[in-house]
Ligand binder design. Structure first.
Ligand code: ADE
Length: 225
């Protein structure tokens, strides 16, 4: 699976993909992540990518030309299944959308900045607009990193133990049960005895009950309550 991320701040995306699971997925050749600096696609003398909004108002608006030039070049090289624009007024990302996107081939992700991007980019190129939550960030780079992470870890072969993605919170209807590791007793705070019992069926039952309780407490909406 290939991601092409279009941004004016490529430096912001240097680190998120260079560690842990995302790095491993790239080394294994399962995911390719390419970051493109939109300034390289500006035809203007000073490599500007934004301009004042028509009709007035505060803030600059990202111009269509650099987006169009970069998207056209990419599309001339291969097919893309989606062109996704990260924006706070998009559909809120959830596990279902991540699952759906994890079986796609190639995806272009557009990161906005300033006051927004020329509406024609959205009308002409974008297939899907996604938000990562009801808050406004300075740009779409961190949301793009969140989206790529949520997708890549679902691609078969990325996680060493494939079942671990399946048992994630939100993958089923329930949140995860609490987990513990050594020491069994830390300053008198003990790990629940059941987890030390070796009784697998009882441990599974306990985990299910804990998941259910945690979901009831924190996200009753997931249970339709
Ligand atoms: N750009 C700025 N804020 C955002 C958000 N919450 N989700 C997606 N893109 C954004």
């Amino acid at each position: 699976m290939r991601f092409d991320i279009l941004t004016v701040l490529p430096g912001l995306l240097e680190s998120p993909f260079a560690h842990s699971i995302l790095q491993r997925a790239q080394k294994k050749g399962i995911a390719e992540i390419h970051v493109h600096n939109l300034r390289n696609y500006s035809s203007l003398k000073h490599k500007n990518v934004d301009d004042y909004p028509y009709g007035g108002g505060s803030g600059m608006v990202m111009m269509i030309e650099p987006f169009a030039a970069c998207i056209d070049k990419l599309k001339s090289e291969r097919n893309y299944d989606e062109v996704i624009f990260m924006t706070p007024d998009g559909v809120t990302l959830n596990q279902g959308i991540a699952n759906e996107l994890s079986i796609k081939g190639n995806i272009i992700i557009l990161c906005g900045h300033y006051k927004g991007i020329d509406q024609r980019v959205r009308d002409l190129f974008v297939t899907r607009e996604l938000s990562i939550g009801d808050y406004v960030l300075s740009g779409g780079e961190l949301p793009a990193a969140v989206l790529v992470d949520a997708i890549v870890r679902l691609i078969p072969g990325v996680l060493s133990d494939e079942t671990s993605a399946l048992s994630d919170s939100f993958q089923g209807e329930l949140l995860d049960a609490p987990v513990y590791t050594r020491p069994a007793d830390w300053n008198g705070h003990r790990v629940p005895d059941i987890l030390l019992s070796g009784n697998t069926p009882e441990i599974e039952k306990w985990r299910f009950e804990q998941s259910l309780e945690r979901t009831r407490q924190r996200r009753p909406d997931l249970l339709g309550e």
